[in-house]
Design a protein around this ligand. Structure first.
Ligand SMILES: Cc1cc2nc3c(=O)[nH]c(=O)nc-3n(C[C@H](O)[C@H](O)[C@H](O)COP(=O)(O)O)c2cc1C
Length: 148
């Protein structure tokens, strides 16, 4: 089995998309479910204060290929690679891609990122951003367990 790779990036949500964010994320999840499942990529996508933050994990070549396709997408801009490297086990393995739109009222965000007047993902250590994603994913896993 090929080694697992993890990639974490942030990007600004394109202004045209802000008004139709939920619908846009639905479209992204639909295509991601197909494409990611086909190449064993899993991950999480969150939207928070004008930014997308996404983690992709899977075989390195597959993660790079998906990231290349994603980085050409006009629905976001100013992509910022926060970090990437080998990883031992999947953290988001329950989903080809799951997502959550967060607000400043979300407890998970407040506890991890603090209450700041503005949000700039590059201002946080990558471990903090990753902690936010894993916390949100854990909440989603519990929700999935409860529902079915
Ligand atoms: C923020 C964001 C996240 C995305 N995440 C994924 C993803 O995880 N997997 C994926 O296949 N496409 C994702 N997409 C969609 C891709 O940009 C692209 O539209 C899709 O993969 C189809 O590309 P292709 O036809 O070249 O394969 C994402 C798009 C955006 C804007």
């Amino acid at each position: 089995m090929s080694k697992l790779h993890l990639l974490l990036y942030a990007s600004r949500i394109s202004p045209a998309v802000e008004d139709v964010l939920e619908l846009t994320i639905k479209d992204i999840l639909r295509i991601s479910a197909k494409r990611n499942a086909a190449c064993a990529v899993t991950g999480i996508l969150i939207a928070y204060r004008g930014w997308f933050i996404q983690a992709l994990e899977g075989p390195k070549a597959a993660v790079s290929q998906r990231f290349n396709a994603i980085s050409r997408d006009p629905r976001h801009q100013d992509l910022l690679l926060l970090g990437q490297g080998p990883t031992l086990a999947r953290v988001f393995g329950n989903w080809s891609m799951c997502s959550s739109v967060l607000s400043q009222k979300d407890q998970s965000v407040l506890e991890i990122l603090g209450r700041k007047p503005s949000f700039d993902p590059s201002a946080y250590p990558v471990a903090k951003v990753f902690q936010l994603l894993t916390t949100v994913a854990e909440g989603q896993r519990i929700a999935v367990d409860v529902v079915g």
